[in-house]
Design a protein around this ligand. Structure first.
Ligand SMILES: Cn1c(SCC(=O)Nc2ccccc2)nc2c(=O)[nH]c(N)nc21
Length: 275
C-alpha cells in the first residue's frame, strides 16, 4: 500500500469520507454550506474512523454546472479551515482546475483528487513541484455531456490504457509513483453495463502498481442494481459494493456513509474477505 497513512491500516481499504460543500449537492438534501454543518460532518467522519475527507467546490455529477475558480475557492478554502477545527484527518480536494490546486497546495492539502487526471494546462507541472498525493480518474467527456451516449470498443481496455498513459505522463513530469492512485471513474461517461463490466474486472487495475480508488457510493448504478425506484436509500447497495471492491483489491473507497461502511468492511474482512 503506497499511501502510508497515520494508522497504517493494511487489512482494510482506506475510507475517504465525502463531505459535500457544493450547495446543490442533492445527496445530502441540498443543505447550504455553513461552518457548523461542515464541522459537525467532519467530527462525525473522524469519530467514525474515516482515514481522509474529500471535499469539492464544484459538483462533477452529470449535468452539473461549471463554477468559476473564485467561486470554487470561496467554498473550499473556508471548508479546509473548518475541517481542521474539527479534526486532524488528511484532506483531499476534488478539483480539476490548476488554479484551485495551486491555492489548496499552499494550504497543505494531502491529496488532489482530479476527475480529469491532471490534463488541465499546467496541472502536471504544478504537482511535480509538490510532494502531494494525487488521484488520476478516468472519465469520458465532461460532466455536462458524459452521460449522453457513452461508448467504448472495450471499456476495461480503454480505461486501463488511459490510466497507464496518464501514469506515464506523471512519471515523465517527475511525480513519484508512490504519491499516485488511479480510479476507473464509475459513472463518468459509462452506462450501467460499462460500470458493471469495469467493476467485474477491478483486479486488472492492480497491474498499474499503485493504489486503486473506487467511488460508487450512492451512485445511480447502485440504485439501478438494487432495482429500487429513485428515492429509495442506496445504503445497502453501497455497502455491498464496498465489500466487493475490497475483495477485488481496492485500496481506497470514496463513500458517503463512513460508520456503516467501516462496520461492513470489518465484518467482511473478519469473515474471510480480504483485499
Ligand atoms: C469527485 N468524485 C465523484 S463525484 C460523483 C458522485 O459522487 N456522484 C453521485 C453521488 C451520490 C449520488 C449520485 C451521484 N465521484 C468520484 C469517483 O468515483 N472517484 C473519484 N476519485 N472522485 C469522485
Amino acid at each position: 500500500m503506497k499511501f502510508k497513512m497515520h494508522n497504517n491500516k493494511q487489512a482494510l481499504p482506506l475510507v475517504m469520507g465525502i463531505l459535500n460543500v457544493t450547495p446543490d449537492s442533492f445527496s445530502d438534501g441540498g443543505k447550504t454550506v455553513d461552518r457548523d454543518s461542515v464541522i459537525r460532518a467532519a467530527e462525525m467522519m473522524a469519530k467514525s474512523g474515516a482515514d481522509l475527507i474529500d471535499i469539492g467546490g464544484e459538483s462533477t455529477r452529470p449535468g452539473a454546472n461549471i463554477v468559476s475558480v473564485d467561486e470554487e475557492l470561496a467554498r473550499v478554502l473556508p471548508a479546509m479551515d473548518w475541517i481542521r477545527e474539527a479534526c486532524d484527518l488528511p484532506i483531499s480536494i476534488d478539483t480539476y482546475k490548476t488554479e484551485v490546486m495551486r491555492e489548496v497546495l499552499s494550504k497543505g492539502v494531502w491529496m488532489i483528487n482530479d476527475v480529469n487526471a491532471l490534463q488541465a494546462p499546467g496541472a502536471l507541472e504544478l504537482l511535480a513541484q509538490h510532494d502531494v498525493k494525487v488521484c488520476l480518474m478516468h472519465k469520458q467527456g465532461t460532466p455536462q455531456t458524459m452521460q449522453a451516449s457513452p461508448s467504448y470498443e472495450n471499456v476495461v481496455e480503454e480505461v486501463m490504457s488511459f490510466l497507464k498513459n496518464r501514469l506515464e505522463k506523471c512519471q515523465e513530469s517527475g511525480l513519484q509513483l508512490s504519491n499516485i492512485c488511479v480510479d476507473p471513474g464509475f459513472g463518468f461517461g459509462k452506462t450501467l453495463q460499462h460500470n458493471v463490466e469495469l467493476f467485474g474486472s477491478l483486479e486488472v487495475f492492480q497491474q498499474l502498481n499503485c493504489p486503486v480508488l473506487v467511488g460508487v457510493s450512492r451512485k445511480s448504478m447502485i440504485g439501478a442494481l438494487q432495482k429500487m425506484d429513485l428515492n429509495e436509500s442506496r445504503l445497502a447497495g453501497s455497502l455491498a459494493a464496498a465489500i466487493v471492491a475490497m475483495q477485488k483489491g481496492a485500496q481506497i473507497l470514496r463513500v458517503h456513509d463512513v460508520p456503516e461502511t467501516l462496520q461492513a468492511l470489518r465484518v467482511a474482512s473478519a469473515l474471510g474477505l480480504h483485499n
